[in-house]
Write a protein that binds this ligand. Structure first.
Ligand SMILES: [Zn+2]
Length: 84
């Protein structure tokens, strides 16, 4: 599965459907996996760390959604945060 780079708009809405609400998935280092609650598209986003501010996304790529074999993200596996 190729890591397709995707462009996130400045307002950080879903590149596929424009939704602003994401469900968090596994996190690793500076990267965070997120799933759009509307269209279920999943992305791996990276932003530079900052102690007080949320800096812009520096890189994002598409990862397999649950229906594409990306595995199930159980609600209780990850803390509930939005794009954090
Ligand atoms: Zn979406």
């Amino acid at each position: 599965m190729a890591n397709d780079d995707v462009f996130f708009p400045d307002n950080e809405s879903c590149p596929d459907c424009g939704c602003f609400i994401f469900r968090p998935g596994p996190r690793g280092g500076l990267a965070q996996n997120i799933e759009c609650v509307r269209c279920k598209s999943r992305f791996n986003i990276t932003r530079w760390p900052h102690p007080t501010e949320r800096l812009p996304i520096v890189r994002a790529h598409r990862i397999p959604s649950e229906k594409d074999g990306g595995g199930e993200w159980r609600e209780d596996m990850f803390p509930k945060v939005v794009l954090e």
